[in-house]
Design a protein around this ligand. Structure first.
Ligand code: NAP
Length: 308
């Protein structure tokens, strides 16, 4: 159970099943979110072997970082947990703009440190590219924060490949986070070759396509309140059809679809760790069972073919 994997070339070693926390206090993303459930799911994850938490300023905004800070403070084992957070969103009055300027990122790190109640952040990402800041300059500012010990590694997210290359001009980027799941596989061609070549770890978001890849939806499921492209026709129907093929493979192994899907990502060479999100502690415990799954080469290939 206690399997630790290294994230790229960093000195961060984590359980390959991490935890995405945009639904922990992420009131701006999920209406009627239960904050107590968020707190409990973080705690449950940490008590059951998860040691990698993925958060961001914009989840809440601020509440996800704050809740994680409170849970870590209460537990008192900060050094055992690897915290990743992100920034780029800046409030200008009521409006949110993207800012990658060195001054803004430096201020954002300090503010995240306060909310997380810690004196270092293990992995700090530029969450989204802005229009103006040269990306190597933005990452250069993070390198200075790394040298000061405020952050331990540097990530970028939602960058194009060209932006990533510019950001990594001096070789400072440790992690790239982008959308990747069985339905959206562009990253395999766009990012994996460069990431592997540069020893940059690729961390996928939406690994469960917001729950659809767990197999819990049917054609007649009530989708009220479900937002995003995965729930739109015809993609929704097409995905459900493919998920039925996964159901057969999962049944033949005596496991569940979510475990099959999550285990498959960990067979990708560019992927060291995954960060499935969760709305409650039960889902966190369920996703952790992925660690017990071994896929054969034939099964890996079969899943690949279903979603090719
Ligand atoms: N860098 C970025 O721009 C970016 C963008 C998006 C996400 N992220 C990060 O990536 C993480 C993962 O993405 P995500 O959480 O949006 O999507 P996801 O991991 O694809 O889906 C998570 C959702 O699936 C459902 N679920 C999870 N485990 C389940 C289980 N075992 N059984 C049934 N349903 C289950 C839950 O929603 P329901 O219970 O409502 O079905 C949960 O909220 C986020 O938490 C966040 O940290 C980053």
């Amino acid at each position: 159970m206690e399997k630790k994997t290294r994230i790229g070339n960093t000195d961060l070693y984590v359980n390959p099943i991490g935890l995405g926390t945009n639904a922990v206090g992420g009131h701006n993303l999920f209406p009627s979110l239960d904050e107590a459930a968020g707190r409990e799911l973080v705690l449950t994850g940490l008590e059951n072997g998860i040691n990698f938490l993925d958060t961001a300023f914009i989840y809440g905004p601020k509440r996800s970082e704050e809740i994680i800070g409170e849970v870590l403070k209460e537990r008192g084992n900060r050094s055992e947990v690897v915290i990743a957070t992100k920034a780029a969103h800046k409030y200008v009055g009521e409006e949110i703009v993207l800012d990658n300027s060195p001054a803004f990122l430096t201020q954002a790190v300090d503010e995240s440190l306060k909310r997380l109640q810690t004196d270092y952040i293990d992995l700090f990402y530029i969450h989204f590219p802005d229009a103006n800041t040269p990306k190597d300059e933005a990452v250069g500012a993070l390198k200075q924060l790394k040298d000061k010990g405020k952050i331990r590694s540097i990530g970028v997210s939602n960058f194009t490949l060209d932006q990533l290359k510019e950001a990594n001009k001096d070789g400072y980027v440790d992690v790239v986070q982008g959308e990747y799941n069985l339905i959206s596989r562009d990253a395999e061609k766009e990012f994996f070759p460069y990431a592997l070549n540069q020893h940059i770890s690729f961390i996928p978001y939406f690994p469960l396509a917001k729950g659809i890849l767990t197999g819990k939806y049917q054609l007649d499921s009530d989708l009220t309140g479900r937002r995003g492209k995965f729930f739109e026709k015809p993609l929704y129907e097409q995905t459900l059809e493919k998920v039925e093929h996964l159901r057969n493979i999962a049944a033949s192994k005596g496991i569940e679809i979510a475990h099959l899907v999550l285990a498959w990502y960990l067979t990708r060479e560019a992927v060291d760790v995954i960060i499935p999100g969760a709305k409650n502690a039960t889902q966190v415990l369920h996703n952790l069972k992925t660690l017990d799954v071994q896929l054969t080469a034939d099964e890996i290939e079969a899943i690949d073919v279903i979603f090719r």
